[in-house]
Ligand binder design. Structure first.
Ligand SMILES: Cc1cc2nc3c(=O)[nH]c(=O)nc-3n(C[C@H](O)[C@H](O)[C@H](O)COP(=O)(O)O)c2cc1C
Length: 200
């Protein structure tokens, strides 16, 4: 399948087959995908936690609202975390980015209210989400992006210090009874012309 077909065939999985686990080598590839995701100025204001079956995954399930069963039955959960400590963030970029990028940050972003800088950092994490969902699709892995979680509880259970969880993704293999799969529920989108236009 080409990329467009992979995207057309992916869907948000609502019911997982708990007996099927994603192989370790695929998990390693998905870790690389997140590691290599792009971010503005290459600031990488994030980290990502892969949660295998175990105590923490079951604890997270109870702080995942309508997503509880997905978290319980999916093979792995990936927490998408953003840096929550601006001093730490600035120290990281000063240590690792070229001078022009540090200057750009200092001249254009640093003066803004902390909440705006943090919002800009969160946008970078959502770019990684898009890359990750696309990678899953191309590798035949089913996935569920989940904002329907309690981020503070995830942050606490995962023991994050300088970061906080903002969303999570369940990955695994669909249960054949999943009512959301495309054979049972065709893709829903507004009219193409309403969404996509061309101009010059
Ligand atoms: C950022 C984000 C958060 C989402 N949160 C949830 C969620 O908590 N639970 C869920 O079942 N689906 C969640 N979804 C899935 C969307 O509802 C789904 O992508 C949308 O309805 C389009 O359907 P499709 O992904 O099957 O094409 C989320 C999607 C995105 C992009």
């Amino acid at each position: 399948m080409n990329f467009t077909e992979n995207i057309a065939n992916r869907y948000t999985t609502k019911l997982y087959d708990a007996s099927k686990k994603v192989d370790a080598d695929i998990i390693e590839q998905l870790k690389q995908v997140l590691y290599l995701s792009p971010s503005s100025l290459n600031t990488q204001p994030w980290n990502f936690t892969f949660i295998e079956e175990g105590e923490k995954k079951q604890a997270l399930a109870h702080h995942s609202f309508h997503n509880t069963e997905k978290v319980q039955k999916a093979s792995h959960i990936v927490a998408f975390n953003v840096i929550d400590d601006l001093e730490y963030f600035e120290q990281k970029i000063e240590e690792t980015l070229p001078e022009y990028a540090v200057q750009y940050y200092q001249n254009n972003l640093k003066g803004q209210p902390a909440e705006e800088i943090k919002s800009w950092m969160s946008k970078q994490v959502y770019i990684a989400l898009g890359v990750f969902l696309s990678a899953c699709a191309s590798m035949g892995i089913d996935s569920t992006p989940m904002e329907g979680i309690e981020p503070e509880k995830y942050t606490e259970i995962l023991g994050l210090d300088k970061h906080k969880t903002i969303l999570a993704v369940a990955i695994g293999y669909r249960d054949e009874e999943d009512l959301n799969q495309l054979s049972k529920k065709p893709k829903q989108r507004r009219a193409f012309e309403e969404i996509i236009s061309t101009t010059r």
